[in-house]
Design a protein around this ligand. Structure first.
Ligand code: APR
Length: 229
């Protein structure tokens, strides 16, 4: 089976009703990154940061995977698929994808501020995490999210996975945030690279095949292309 690596960003979940970050009306128009998504923000006002992610988590419980997520999961019938996602939602998993690497953390997990290794699932009946919520060793819990300015622990795994790809597909990412955006430069030379996005993405390598559509429609076209031969 050929190895299909699929790198996804916020646009993957847009049709599920989760706003992207940088489109018009996106999250970073409503919030300042520096207020809610950096280690400094956490030091300055942890309650505000926790509230921001509590809201994101509540939203996630009220949305469902879209056709695009299901189409990605279905690719496992035809390919050895690895999803690398920048998204912190769990919509790929809920659509049935079995190999999902989260580069920027996961909304439905929290971790101890005492140790990065101590990660806990957020239970659906207690999805709010507030000041005073402690890990078993007595340290405050924080979102299991990679904030701006923090290292991306899974990037090495993502790079070595991308190096094994026979086909790479990027769906719904503005490719503005590194190191994730740099993954497209880690493929074996000459493999097919597709990009599904309704908007134009600047500075793409010339050998990328662009499918200028949303995730659901774009996946239909990709499927036709990949399964035709
Ligand atoms: N289908 C596919 N793509 C879409 C759709 C759609 N229906 N709607 C919008 N898009 C595209 C936009 O055109 C844009 O190129 O999704 C992309 C979203 O880009 P960003 O908002 O920048 O999201 P992303 O690339 O995932 O951001 C990377 O930045 O804020 C941080 O940590 C956060 O993981 C995030 C990272």
């Amino acid at each position: 089976m050929k190895r299909l690596v699929i790198l996804t960003g916020a646009g993957m979940s847009a049709e599920s009703g989760i706003n992207t970050f940088r489109d018009t009306g996106g999250l970073w128009e409503k919030y300042k990154i520096d207020d809610v998504a950096t280690p400094n923000a956490w030091r300055r006002d942890p309650a505000l940061v926790l509230d921001f992610y509590n809201q994101r988590r509540k939203q996630l419980l009220n949305v469902a995977p879209n056709e695009g997520h299901f189409a990605v999961a279905e690719m496992e019938k035809h390919f050895d698929v690895q999803v690398i996602t920048q998204n912190v939602d769990n919509l790929h998993e809920r659509a049935g994808s079995t190999n999902v690497l989260h580069l920027h953390g996961e909304l439905m997990k929290v971790r101890s501020t005492g140790s990065e290794q101590e990660v806990f699932e957020v239970l659906p009946d207690k999805i709010e995490v507030n000041l005073g919520d402690m890990c078993p060793k007595g340290f405050q819990l924080r979102p299991h999210i990679v904030w701006f300015g923090e290292a991306v622990p899974e990037i090495e795994k993502a790079i070595s996975t991308t190096e094994t790809a026979d086909i790479l597909v990027v769906i719904g990412s503005s490719l503005q945030v590194y190191p994730a955006a740099g993954l497209i430069h880690h493929t074996k030379p000459g493999i097919p690279i597709y990009l599904i996005d309704p908007h134009e993405i600047d500075h793409l390598p010339s050998h990328v095949t662009v499918i200028q559509k949303g995730a659901s429609e774009g996946m239909k076209e990709l499927k036709k292309n990949l399964l035709a031969g």
